[in-house]
Design a protein around this ligand. Structure first.
Ligand SMILES: NCCOCCOCCNC(=O)c1ccc(S(N)(=O)=O)cc1
Ligand SMILES: [Zn+2]
Length: 263
């Protein structure tokens, strides 16, 4: 299971050595979402995503995942509603996945493992002027998590999959424009869980309002296999390591409540 993989990861991948002391450490991510312990909150508003494909700019392999980066200097691609008081801007999306189809996602639902998870990262542009500022504040970020399951081919994902060979190595970048991120959302975006958490990679700051979609999206086995053809390592390094199992081990809930938008 992911927790065994988690322990193994610590041994095998130095980059996943968890820092001993984490700022506060009271609201770390990811977590297991216990469906029966989550609290229905009728005051949660509908989520409103307005993503403009013209703000999509490039794909970057940063050595942890591949990021599809958006121009976040205007309010053209935004997220509001749901648990959020303010309007947030989309700055990037990325994925986490495993070495096989048995595990790879960061969050679990009643310990159910998905093979991958999409994160759409937004920052609070009503209160801060840059992502780098917002990432230090407890209401600074909002990340939408979408689970991936293996099934039929995802037509909207294929344009992204076709671009991945161009960013095989760490630190490679390729231009990537006119991509509609809303095409990666499940049909039902009104059923979600939400809780206060953190970034799941360094600097692990406790700045994230997590919004985890109940409905997964389906992608094909072959599409997911292309994710695994990426490398953690740069072109110069002599030992190439395939980019797999780039998920963090699950963190203690520490008394937090997970709210649901549905009964
Ligand atoms: N590294 C020194 C300080 O850096 C401050 C800004 O950190 C930016 C790098 N990290 C991220 O942007 C970042 C964004 C989202 C997620 S995740 N997986 O929680 O969605 C994890 C990390
Ligand atoms: Zn992530």
């Amino acid at each position: 299971s992911a927790c065994d993989a988690g322990e193994w990861i610590k041994k095998m991948h130095p980059m996943w050595q968890e820092p001993l002391a984490i700022p506060g450490g009271e609201r770390q991510s990811p977590i297991d979402i216990s469906v029966r312990k989550s609290m229905f909150d009728p005051q949660l508003k509908p989520l409103v995503m307005k993503y403009d494909p013209r703000t999509c700019q490039q794909i970057w392999n940063n050595g942890y995942s591949f990021l599809v980066e958006y121009d976040d200097t205007t309010d053209k691609s935004t997220l509001q509603g749901g648990p959020l008081e303010d309007q947030f801007r989309l700055c990037q999306f990325h994925f986490h996945w495993g070495e096989n189809n048995k595990w790879g996602a960061e969050h679990t639902v009643d310990h159910l493992l998905y093979p991958a998870e999409l994160h759409l990262v937004h920052w609070n542009a009503d209160r801060y002027s840059l992502f780098e500022e917002a990432v230090m504040e407890d209401n600074g970020l909002a990340v939408i998590g979408v689970f991936l399951k293996v099934g039929k081919r995802h037509e909207g994902l294929q344009k992204l999959v076709d671009a991945l060979p161009a960013v095989r190595h760490k630190d490679s970048v390729v231009e990537f424009t006119r991509f509609d991120a809303s095409g990666l959302l499940p049909e039902n975006t009104q059923d979600y869980w939400t809780y206060a958490g953190s970034l799941t990679t360094p600097p692990l700051t406790e700045a994230v309002t997590w919004i985890i979609m109940k409905q997964p999206i389906e992608v094909s086995h072959d599409q997911l296999a292309v994710f695994r053809s990426l490398l953690f390592t740069s072109a110069e390094e002599d030992v190439q390591k395939s980019m797999v199992n780039n998920f963090r081990v699950q963190q203690p809930l520490k008394g937090r409540t997970v709210r649901s938008s549905f009964v």
